[in-house]
Design a protein around this ligand. Structure first.
Ligand code: FBP
Length: 344
């Protein structure tokens, strides 16, 4: 019989869980809480401008950036949704300098969650798409309580990763390593409904997403790659079109659906951040898992993002992410191995 409700995220998660008879339901409970937080943040974002939640909160975060009021609200919403859930034992947020170990008043769950509560903060005041990114790892340390080691795990060990885009509609996209699925928030019923199952990224695209204002600070290899993409060669889809929103989550979402490449390479703009701007644990690693599960790739230029061993919570990393063939060509340039860089 045809469903009049559609496939809700909870039902879809439960159906997937049935494929794993050993599953305890703990993980499904965790994802349900993240979806709940996403609904609350989506409502907060939609009220921006109507109630007094635009603008700066008056502080700088650990990265030296202005903290916006909505950043703070999204950060607190994620924590509230997860800390009472009994599914997690530690959290790490881009907006918090220290790891958040949950109080011993709550049972310590088997997972840790790392998140960027509101990615693309610089776009908040202008009604441009922003998002939330999350990464889930299993607690690996022995003992009842979590340690920093549980949060400092390489991306290939993630048990789930996802993001929410607050755009013309609100969409939640996640993977547990068995495909990438997308759900659209139906505002009338307040439910995420399955709208894209088993998303696959095209093997090659024709869109480049990069802040080209950083050109003077790039290496010769990055500049040569950009020149290559701008050459006229219809047989290889060049020149590429340029699209840059300045919210990683939104730029990635488009790249996931349409193909192409997003690039935030290392630059020498600021000696304090020679590895570029983006954070390994809150941004690069979760999106890398989604890219891989959708047939795409993510690289630093010399190493698969999923293999990078984190040494600190707020570590930054160069990020090249997108369609499989595009990332492979970009890597060839970064490693000085692409012939077209010299002959074209
Ligand atoms: P936050 O807003 O969470 O700090 O994220 C960083 C970020 O906004 C990314 O979303 C985006 O890709 C990038 O910075 C844009 O940076 P830039 O303005 O340097 O291009």
């Amino acid at each position: 019989m045809m469903s009049h409700i559609g496939m809700t995220i909870n039902r879809h998660i439960m159906e997937q869980q049935r494929q794993f008879p050993e599953a305890t339901g703990e993980f499904s409970g965790l994802l349900t809480q993240i979806a709940l937080a996403a609904k609350v943040v989506s409502r907060q974002v939609n009220q921006a401008g109507l109630v007094d939640i635009l603008g700066r909160a008056g502080a700088k975060n650990v990265h030296g950036e202005d903290v916006m009021k909505l950043d703070v609200m999204a950060h607190q919403t994620m924590i509230e949704a997860l800390e009472y859930s009994e599914h997690v034992c530690a959290l790490a947020s881009e907006e918090s300098e220290e790891a958040i170990f949950l109080s011993s008043d709550f049972p310590c769950g088997p997972y840790v969650v790392l998140f960027d509560p509101l990615d693309g903060s610089s776009n908040i005041d202008t009604a441009v798409t922003i998002g939330t990114i999350f990464s889930v790892h299993r607690k690996i340390s022995p003992g009842a309580e979590a340690t920093l080691d549980d949060l400092l795990q390489p991306g290939y060990r993630q048990v789930a990763a996802g993001y929410v885009v607050y755009g013309s509609s609100t969409m939640l996209v996640y993977t547990t390593g068995t495909g990438v699925h997308g759900y659209t928030l139906a505002p009338t019923v307040g439910e995420f409904l399955l709208t894209r199952e088993h998303i696959q990224m095209p093997a090659q695209g024709n869109i480049i997403s990069v802040n080209s204002g950083n050109t003077p600070y790039w290496s010769d290899e990055v500049r040569q790659y950009m020149d290559y993409l701008c050459q006229d060669d219809p047989a290889s889809h060049r020149p590429y079109s340029m699209r840059y929103i300045g919210s990683l989550v939104a730029d990635f979402h488009r790249t996931l659906l349409k193909g192409g490449i997003f690039l935030y390479p290392a630059d020498n703009k600021d000696p304090k951040t020679p590895t570029g701007k983006l954070r390994l644990l809150y941004e690069a690693a979760p999106l890398a898992l989604i890219a891989r599960e959708a047939g795409g790739r993510a690289s630093t230029g010399t190493q698969d993002i999923l293999d990078v061993q984190p040494v600190e919570l707020h570590q930054r990393v160069p990020l090249i992410i997108g369609s499989r063939d595009d990332v492979t060509i970009a890597e060839q340039f970064m490693q000085g191995r692409h012939v077209a860089s010299v002959t074209a």
